[in-house]
Design a protein around this ligand. Structure first.
Ligand code: HEC
Length: 101
């Protein structure tokens, strides 16, 4: 019985911790994504000719940003927009956009 109780407490703490880490990741991603909103719109829903990134997969966004950084993907502005972000920041931004409801 005591073991079961300890296990329950342990599991509860682990789940709470994972949830907090995920929430923190998403809010850091949200802050970083603010600079994208000027062109891509809130939540990535672009208003005009700029491609929308709303609901694009995290994998697609990560790959696109790396290709913009490396100059492998044709770009008018994204080359210098993507420059300067670390892999970790790109992951956070991509996770944020792909998680929009
Ligand atoms: C100054 C305006 C501007 C800003 C700011 C901007 N973008 Fe872009 N984005 C564009 C334009 C324009 C394109 C089309 C490619 C090009 O011409 O550079 C594009 C293309 C993209 C694409 C490829 C979409 C597709 O379907 O091919 C992704 C992904 C993207 N942007 C992500 C981002 C992210 C993430 C940020 C913030 C870190 C960001 N952009 C900030 C203007 C902008």
């Amino acid at each position: 019985m005591r073991r079961f109780l300890l296990l329950t407490v342990f599991l509860f703490c682990s789940i709470t911790y994972v949830n907090e880490v995920l929430a923190l990741d998403i809010s850091r991603g949200m802050i970083l994504s603010n600079s994208c909103a000027a062109c891509h719109g809130t939540d990535g829903k672009s208003p005009g000719a700029i491609p929308s990134i709303y609901r694009k997969s995290a994998k697609f966004i990560v790959q696109a940003l790396h290709e913009f950084q490396d100059g492998k993907r044709p770009a008018t502005v994204m080359g210098w927009q993507a420059a300067g972000y670390s892999d970790e920041e790109i992951r956070l931004i991509a996770n944020y956009f792909s998680s929009r409801p």
